[in-house]
Each structure stands twice: as C-alpha cells, then as structure tokens.
Design a protein around this ligand. Structure first.
Ligand code: ADE
Length: 662
C-alpha cells in the first residue's frame, strides 16, 4: 500500500514535470512561419529550387512545420508551399525528416505522380528546396527516406530548342541559352547541335541517348564536356555534341579536327602520322565488325532454336529491328514534345476509332522535304486522363520492344484543344482486319502467335531482355483489334489506355479500383465476376494471359495447315455484336464455354500442340494458366520442331489477291 502510494505520488510528479516542460517548450517553440502558396512554377538552378511564392503565414498549430510539394507538369517545375502538421500524412506520406532547417526533397510516388516532398523547421525554410547536396558527379544518387531506394537525379541542361547564333563552328562557343531545364527523364543527357543553314543555329535540348537524335546515335554522352563532332552526309554543315554534366551543353567545343575548315599545311604533315596510328585501329575495327557479324549470324540461329529464359546483355544491341533504330523521328520519343513549335504533321485518313480517341494515318515532314508515315492518336481535351495514362505507359523507355507499338512523342495541341500521341504506322492494320482478309500458313501462325506472346511477356516482365530493371505492366484490354500486324508479319501490341504499371507509382487504391476493365468478350472469368485478387499483381497478368489465349485461338482459326479453314469469327460469336458482361458471364462462367477447337486441328501436330497451350492459357483457374513467357517458350519449341505443314505455307488472301497492301 505504502509502495503503491509512493508510486502514485511519483507518477503525479512525473506528469507535472512533463506538462511543465511541454508548456516551457511551447513558449520557446512559437508557431512556425512558412511560405504558403497554391501550386505555381518555381525557379530551379543547380540543385536547388526557389519557390516563387511571396505569401508567408504564421502556421495555425504550434506543431506545424513548413513543407513543400514539388512535381513537374508538362516539363515545368511546379511547387506548392504550405504549413504542415507532421503527425498527419502529406499526400498520403508521413514526413519523417522535418527537423532540419533545409527542405531536402525526397521522391515519393504519391497520388499517381512522381512527387517530391520536403518538410523543415525554421522561419520560411520552405522558400528554398534542395534537390540533393551539391555533388561533383553528374549522376547523383540520393536515398529517399521512406524507400531507402537509390534514384538517379535528372540532369540539368540548357534547353532552348533552336535559336540563331553568331557562333561559326570554331573554337569554343557559348550557347546563349538562358533556360535551364531539369530533364524529364533521368536517362536524358545534355545535347547541343550546330547547323549552318540560313543563318547559323544552335539547338539545346535534353535527350535520351538510347534514342537517335536527328537520326544519329550519340557516342560521347558520358563525357563531361560538349565536344562538337561533324555529322557526315548532311546537306548543311551539322555538328552534334552530348555530355552528362550540369548544363554542360552551354559550352560548345569545336576542336580543329572536327572543324569545317580544310586542313592547313601542318595538318597535311600530320596526315601520314595519323595514317600510321589509324591503320592498326582500322584493322582492329574490321576484326571487331567481322566478329560482330559472326555473332549476329549465331544469334539469328539461336532465335530459331528453343529459347531459354533471359538474354545476355549483348543481345540488347540488336533487339530492335533496323527500321525502328534508324527511325529519325524517334529522337523525341518517350517525352512530351517540348518544342514550342509542334511537329510538322499532316493528317491523312482515319484508320480507327476507339473509346477515347481516334487514330489517323499522317505524314511527318522531315527537313529534307521527305516525309515519314506515322500514326496519330487524337484525344479531345476532355479525355486528358486517357491520354496521360497511355503517354505515361509509353514514356517508360524500357517498354520499347519490337512487339510493342513504337512511340515517337506526345503533344498538347492547345489550339485544337487536342492531345496527340504519335507512333509508328503499320500499313497492315490490326490483327482482326488482317485475319478477316487472310488465310495463313503454319509459319505465319508461328510468327504472329510467337511475336504476340513475346510482346505480352515483355510487358509483364520486370526486366528487359538485357536484364535492366523494368516496371511490369499489364495491358488489361488485349484483343485482336489492339494488336497491329507489322510488315514482316509479326505483331505489336497497341492501345495502352487501360494499362497499369505494377509498381509503387500505382497506389493500392488504384489497384483496388481497377477490378473490371476491358472488353467483355475477352474478359477472364474472374474479371467478369469481379473476383480478382487485387492484392496480387500476378492475377492481373493471369487475366491478360486468358485474353491472349483468345487472340491466339483467332490466329490459329485462320491457319490452312489443318486442311480446314473457316471464315474469320471473333471468339464467342458474331463480329458485329458487342456482348455485354452478363451474357459473357452466362457463357464463360455458368456454361464454362470456350471457343471451339475443331477436330481438324489435330491433323497437324504443331497446331495440335498449340491448341493444348491455348487451352492451358484459358483455364478457369487463373493460377493454373501458363505465364506469357512460358507461352513464348512453348511456341518457340513447337515452331522449331520442324513440323511438316499439310498445306503450302503461302499467305493466301481469301479475297481475289494475295497482296494485303491497302
Ligand atoms: N490503328 C491503330 N493504330 C495504328 C497504327 N499505329 N498503325 C496502323 N493502324 C493503326
């Protein structure tokens, strides 16, 4: 009792002491004063951004600290400043580091955006935000407090697009560009180009070196200095340099050997010396090219052989088809077209109409009066969200794959109140149109089916063929009208308007709200029933595999190798009708129906094996379905087994010509 009494007294004393100390602290810790403005553009230089907010307020609660929210909106750095109670989440994120007097921005994937947030303690400490501590390396890696995951900070480059210049391609020139941009994408480096045309011009931009710039691949992008190199074979004198250091494209260095002037006497004397140095290098280069050629031949053979999972890093260099790599317009790929001038595009005819947008065939004019045919997907301003979703999916450079539609750029066509996505154009149109008009042989079945599965496997994978990390993506609307047929009779996936990135940029709420989307005819039973396990990302992939199986069935149904080809019909019936979810539920769940596998499919060993694979992909139990990668391997095995076709493997049009050009 006595002990209890003394414990009770002790507790009372402790409470008094704590509350006294807290009262003292309160009086010593008055309300913070913070910058407080709605989102507005901020000025960023080097590793700091200064908020342009001139409003300052005394925070309502003594607990409040100063906070800032930073993001990029169409390339413009935008910042919101405010008082913030650190016991509450800010954009869904608890701010752990707020006691510093510096507002150090850390990346958070919140509200579906790549936000950077910071909180700090001190008078108006959110007026200035630090992107990281100053550092000598251009590739700065900082740790986000919540994720403890390194990320690469985007580069700062001069970005004035094309301006006229007095620089005459000798010595060292300054760009005179007074706009410093934080590059959109951490992969981008600084690039400058000098051109002698009507009046000399300098172009300064951020650019991803994985993509060609004016049709050229950058070779010197890891350099700290921008050393100009002349591009051969251009009508005008044209020089390009690239580098990877802060604003390094401001200073253009024209070295003598790269300059346009004819070599002087001294240079002439140097020529034999140069030759002596160059000959061994040339021999070495020839040797390397030969080795590379032999390697390519081996690789081609390997392609025809059964595939094992993964590829080594050298295969990466040749994973894109040649026409995709040499495509000069993809210089702007994976970004919003930052130019104030929009691309010179002339729309031709409409080629398709979707839920949110219409696709046109169009001409992209090049400087040399030539043009390239492209596809333009036009979204009205009301469909901003769909355009943004698809643009965000395409913006991931690691999505690029020969079986995924090649993205060129996105544009905000303000005057027409339209958003555009500009992509490669494929003359043969979509797979449904193609199959309606053509009977195919066994080889074409393997090409179309194999490439479709490779496209889906790449989308689903969390690494590229070269082993680089990639965000897994699910399509969620796979169907034969969302697959295009390329000129080499391989498929590429398109229309990513309903796709989801399966990473932390997709919030759990987004995943939870993404139950039933897609086209009823192609919906997996668990999607029709809204019984998908939304917590498990594999279940999204399993639903895609079900839809892919229906498309594989459509392709197989037009193969003449079985000796019995029927008219094209979509899975589950008539082309013109759009079955609703309820009627599909009756077929797919209540009656467990699937498209018919005719007995004639057993006439051909390959088709028979393929039909078993298809059946494993449309299993009622999502867990029992094959993965897309497994389908790739199955088709590769089946197609390389040298199965003799029953009928000639020539593409035959069911119409009157064998030519499918429109
Ligand atoms: N239909 C939809 N997108 C297309 C494209 N990129 N090429 C041809 N037809 C299309």
């Amino acid at each position: 009792m006595e002990r209890l009494g003394s414990v009770g007294f002790g507790s009372v004393l402790l409470v008094c002491l704590v509350s006294g100390a807290s009262a003292l602290l309160h009086s010593a810790n008055p309300h913070s004063q913070c910058r407080s403005c709605d989102p507005q553009p901020a000025s960023c230089r080097s590793y700091q951004c200064i908020s342009n907010c001139s409003e300052s307020r005394v925070c309502p609660s003594p607990q409040d600290v100063c906070a800032a929210v930073w993001w990029r909106d169409a390339g413009i750095v935008t910042v919101e400043t405010r008082c913030h109670d650190p016991r509450q989440p800010l954009h869904g994120v608890m701010m752990e580091d707020y006691s510093s007097s510096d507002c150090v921005l850390t990346i958070r994937h919140a509200s579906g955006l790549n936000l950077r947030l910071c909180a700090c303690t001190g008078h108006e400490c959110n007026a200035r935000m630090l992107l990281s501590q100053p550092h000598h390396d251009s590739e700065i890696v900082i740790l986000s407090a919540s994720e403890r995951k390194p990320f690469k900070l985007p580069q700062l480059c001069k970005f004035c697009d094309i301006e006229s210049t007095t620089c005459n391609a000798t010595g060292v020139c300054e760009s005179s560009c007074n706009i410093t941009a934080i590059c959109e994408d951490p992969e981008q480096v600084c690039v400058s180009a000098w051109r002698r045309s009507e009046g000399n011009t300098i172009e300064t931009v951020c650019h991803n070196p994985a993509l060609p710039f004016h049709g050229q691949y950058l070779t010197d992008f890891s350099s700290q200095r921008c050393e100009m190199k002349q591009v051969k074979g251009m009508e005008d004198d044209f020089y390009i340099c690239s580098c990877n250091a802060e604003e390094c494209n401001d200073r253009l260095i024209f070295t003598d050997d790269a300059g346009p002037d004819p070599p002087g006497e001294d240079q002439k004397k140097l020529l034999p010396l140069l030759l002596i140095c160059l000959v061994p290098s040339l021999v070495l280069a020839v040797l390397l090219v030969s080795l590379f050629y032999i390697y390519c031949v081996c690789w081609q053979q390997k392609l025809n052989a059964p595939k094992t999972k993964g590829m080594d890093s050298e295969t990466c260099a040749i994973i894109m088809s040649d026409d995709e790599r040499s495509d000069s317009s993809s210089a702007k790929a994976n970004s919003l077209n930052h130019n104030t001038e929009l691309l010179p595009i002339q729309l031709d005819s409409g080629v398709g109409k979707g839920r949110f947008a219409e696709v046109f065939r169009a001409k992209l004019k090049h400087a040399s009066e030539s043009f390239q045919t492209v596809a333009v997907k036009i979204f009205p301003y009301d469909e901003y969200a769909s355009w943004k979703t698809e643009w965000e999916i395409f913006s991931d450079a690691e999505l690029r794959h020969e079986n995924v539609l090649q993205f060129l750029t996105a544009e905000d066509r303000k005057a027409a109140r339209q958003y555009w996505l500009i992509t490669a154009y494929h003359e043969r149109g979509n797979l449904q149109e193609f199959l309606s008009q053509h009977v195919i042989g066994w080889d074409e079945l393997c090409r179309l089916g194999g490439s479709l599965a490779r496209g889906v496997a790449h989308l689903h994978s969390d690494q590229t063929a070269c082993g680089r990390a990639k965000v897994a993506i699910v399509h969620r609307d796979l169907k034969s009208t969302n697959v295009l047929v390329k000129s080499d009779l391989t498929c590429c996936l398109c229309d990513f308007g309903l796709s989801l990135r399966l990473d932390s940029s997709t919030s759990p709420e987004e995943l939870a709200n993404s139950g039933q989307v897609g086209t009823a005819r192609y919906m997996a039973p668990e999607v029709l029933e809204s019984r998908m396990d939304l917590e498990n990302i594999e279940s999204f992939k399993q639903a895609d595999v079900y839809s892919m199986a229906l498309v594989l069935w459509e392709i197989t149904s037009r193969c003449s190798a079985t000796g019995d080809v029927r008219e094209y019909e979509p899975p589950f019936g008539k082309l013109k009708e759009h079955p609703c979810v309820e009627s599909m539920k009756d077929d797919v769940i209540r009656d467990r129906l699937r498209p018919e596998i005719p007995t004639s499919w057993s006439n051909h060993t390959g088709v028979h094996l393929l039909s078993s694979t298809i059946e494993e992909c449309w299993d009622h139990d999502p867990e029992a379905r094959l993965t897309a990668q497994c389908v790739v391997e199955r088709i590769s095995d089946i197609s390389s087994a040298g199965i003799p076709p029953l009928s000639p493997d020539i593409i035959k049009s069911t119409g009157d010509s064998g030519n499918d050009e429109k």
